[in-house]
Design a protein around this ligand. Structure first.
Ligand SMILES: Nc1ncnc2c1ncn2[C@@H]1O[C@H](COP(=O)(O)OP(=O)(O)O)[C@@H](O)[C@H]1O
Ligand SMILES: [Mg+2]
Length: 258
């Protein structure tokens, strides 16, 4: 954090000095977001999400403004109920905000029809859930291939097979999820999330049901995706898990505090 603040301070001093340069030279200089890893992949502008409930409206997110640049690995921490899942669902185009704007890979999600949003999600985002959400009656390979985009089945079959092999599941392709350990289930679910070559991986408490060894394996997979240029947004209540990321965010009662 300290380092980031120092970097930002140095950068803004640097930009202030630039205003003594001719405009043409100023324009050629990179923006801070580019120095921090490229254009923004996820952008929240004053986003709120309110759910109706029998006890009155629940403000799950309250005026969240946030930018995640391409190639960042960010962890959003916070206690149960602080809004982590809601934030990831909005970033993953699975829900729309009550107020504010969510822009993902340059697209304002509110301007897309439900069908366009589904297609966009399939092309751009991989989502990993705490409870895996594999279909119980399909084997591992079919679970992964079910996520393939229409027209991309052959590419997905190759990529999916390669991922499952890399994740140590080559001998489990025909197994149903209930025939796997929980660590294997989560690795299969990550293969499904990566099968269309997404820009960003959103992982909601992906290690919440795993033992130490499986947690390390999952974090290693997320880190490798990040090292290959992917953007990762991980939600966790576990500080040790959050250290896998290189940017820390914290939610309290629906508000971003860091
Ligand atoms: N579909 C929903 N309907 C009503 N309230 C909800 C719904 N989803 C989440 N909430 C509420 O919004 C708040 C934030 O939830 P959530 O984003 O799941 O938090 P976290 O993932 O940090 O545990 C909680 O108070 C939760 O009860
Ligand atoms: Mg949650």
């Amino acid at each position: 954090m300290e380092i980031r603040r120092a970097e930002q301070g140095a950068h803004s001093q640097f930009r202030r000095r630039l205003f003594h340069l001719p405009k043409a030279r100023r324009m050629a200089l990179p923006a801070l977001s580019q120095l921090q890893g490229g254009p923004r992949v996820i952008q929240f502008e004053n986003v709120s999400k309110v759910f109706p409930s029998p006890d009155g409206p629940v403000r799950a997110l309250d005026g969240v403004t946030l930018q995640i640049a391409e190639g960042q690995f960010a962890a959003v921490r916070g206690k149960s109920g602080c809004g982590k899942s809601t934030l990831l669902h909005l970033a993953g185009a699975m829900a729309l905000p009550t107020a504010g704007r969510v822009i993902v890979a340059g697209k304002d999600l509110q301007n897309l029809s439900p069908i366009e949003r589904t297609r966009f999600r399939g092309q751009t985002i991989g989502f990993v859930f705490q409870m895996f959400h594999l279909l119980p009656y399909l084997n591992v390979l079919d679970n992964v291939l079910l996520a393939a985009l229409p027209g991309q089945e052959a590419t997905a079959r190759k990529r999916g097979g390669d991922l499952l092999e890399k994740f140590g599941l080559a001998h489990r392709l025909k197994h149903r999820p209930d025939q796997l350990s929980v660590g294997e289930r989560q690795r299969a679910a990550i293969a499904r999330a990566l099968v269309n070559g997404p820009k960003a991986l959103l992982a909601d408490e992906p290690t919440g049901n795993l033992d130490g060894e499986s947690t390390a394996a999952v974090l290693a997979i997320l880190s490798e995706f990040h090292r290959g240029g992917g953007t990762v947004l991980l939600a966790t209540h576990d500080e040790a898990v959050a250290t896998a990321a290189n940017r820390a965010l914290e939610l309290r009662d629906g508000r971003l505090v860091t």
